[in-house]
Ligand binder design. Structure first.
Ligand SMILES: NC(=O)c1ccc[n+]([C@@H]2O[C@H](COP(=O)([O-])OP(=O)(O)OC[C@H]3O[C@@H](n4cnc5c(N)ncnc54)[C@H](O)[C@@H]3O)[C@@H](O)[C@H]2O)c1
Length: 329
């Protein structure tokens, strides 16, 4: 029997967690032979609801689930954590400016970054899902003194999956035929789903889908605005697909990427592709044989793509500038 891996999930009584926790406990995320300890963080008013989720997790009798610890204390939640999935976030309410949201959530991610530095395992990796996820990850990273910056990620995999599904539908192929889809920039409506380097059945997308107007227009806006479309249709924001994308992200980070392919996740920029060092920006990423990750280098970026990347990177800079007082080092 393998040693259990400790996974901390914040916002554990929320709607994404309601799907995510059961996927983690079933072995979808870290494998069918990997025991899991779950440490679940919520705010005090949600502890009753969390108790109900814990009851359901126990009732599912998952063979891989070793231990469950529900708590409202961040240090207890992050104790010994190998993976931290930061899903909890305060939603934007009517009348709230984006700046107010950055401020409120910023304070949460200062505290969680500090608690991760104090209490998590030495090999901790942190995936931020709660929005605005790139900037929340930036704040957590700056406040997690001693934890290397290459351990912090923000989720853009849902956007990648949405882009793959749109391309597959348009080309009339199964989604598994679509590879090499990179999301660049911020997880927001400025993100750029890069079709110029993507492939369908091993061929450039632009050779398979001849409708360039669609690729440059409706394809991009559909992916950028998919979150809003789901809220309109479902009356609630995407949850199961977000949970599924979080599972995909961790699995991709934990396993070597198939030769020639890549996946999308926001990481701390090292200046690649001229994107300012230190921003938490989505790039095409590969997981290497030794378990590390790298930004895929040398992809051609045409004028159209560069303009789109500039817009989303500029938004990341504006968000970063709005929270400079929350960045410790
Ligand atoms: N990156 C992505 O692709 C993506 C996709 C979908 C949703 N999201 C974001 O994920 C977040 C969660 O979505 P949801 O639908 O589960 O929301 P939700 O409101 O159902 O759940 C959020 C939970 O977080 C908890 N919470 C708030 N502050 C907390 C704190 N300081 N510590 C611990 N828990 C805290 C709340 O009590 C709540 O139970 C939102 O910010 C949403 O915008 C991101």
């Amino acid at each position: 029997m393998k040693t259990p891996i400790t996974v901390t999930v914040t916002g554990a009584a929320g709607q994404i967690a309601y799907s995510l926790l059961f996927r983690i406990a079933s072995g979808s995320m870290l494998g069918p032979d990997q025991p899991i300890n779950l440490r679940l963080l919520e705010i005090p008013p949600a502890m009753n609801a969390l108790e109900g989720v814990v009851m359901e997790l126990r009732d599912a009798a998952f063979p891989l689930l070793n231990e469950i610890v529900p708590t409202s204390d961040p240090d207890e939640a992050f104790a010994g954590a190998n993976w931290c999935l930061l899903v909890g976030s305060v939603p934007r309410k009517a009348g709230m400016e984006r700046k107010d949201l950055l401020d409120i959530n910023g304070k949460v991610f200062i505290g969680q970054g500090q608690a991760i530095a104090r209490s998590a395992a030495k090999d901790v990796r942190v995936l931020v899902v709660g929005n605005p996820c790139n900037t929340n990850a930036l704040i957590a990273m700056h406040n997690a003194s001693g934890v290397p910056s290459d351990r912090f990620f923000a989720m853009t995999r849902l956007d990648e999956n949405r882009a793959k599904s749109q391309l597959a539908e348009k080309a009339g192929v199964h989604v598994t035929e679509v590879t090499n889809v990179a999301i660049w920039g911020n997880h927001s409506s400025t993100q750029y789903p890069d079709f110029t380097n993507a492939k369908i059945g091993g061929k450039p997308v632009t050779e398979v889908i001849k409708d360039t107007e669609w690729l440059k227009g409706d394809f991009i806006t559909t992916v950028q605005q998919r979150g809003a479309a789901i809220i309109k249709a479902r009356g609630a924001s995407s949850a199961a697909s977000a949970a599924s994308a979080a599972v995909d992200t961790v699995r991709s980070l934990a396993t070597q990427t198939p030769e020639g392919d890549w996946y999308s996740v926001a990481v701390c920029s090292d200046g690649s592709y001229g994107i300012e060092k230190g921003l938490i920006c989505s790039f095409p990423i590969r997981t290497t044989k030794d378990g590390g990750w790298e930004i895929v280098q040398g992809l051609p970026i045409d004028v159209f793509s560069q303009e789109k990347i500039d817009v989303t990177v500029n938004e990341l800079k504006e968000e970063r500038d709005a929270v400079t007082s929350l960045l410790q080092h």
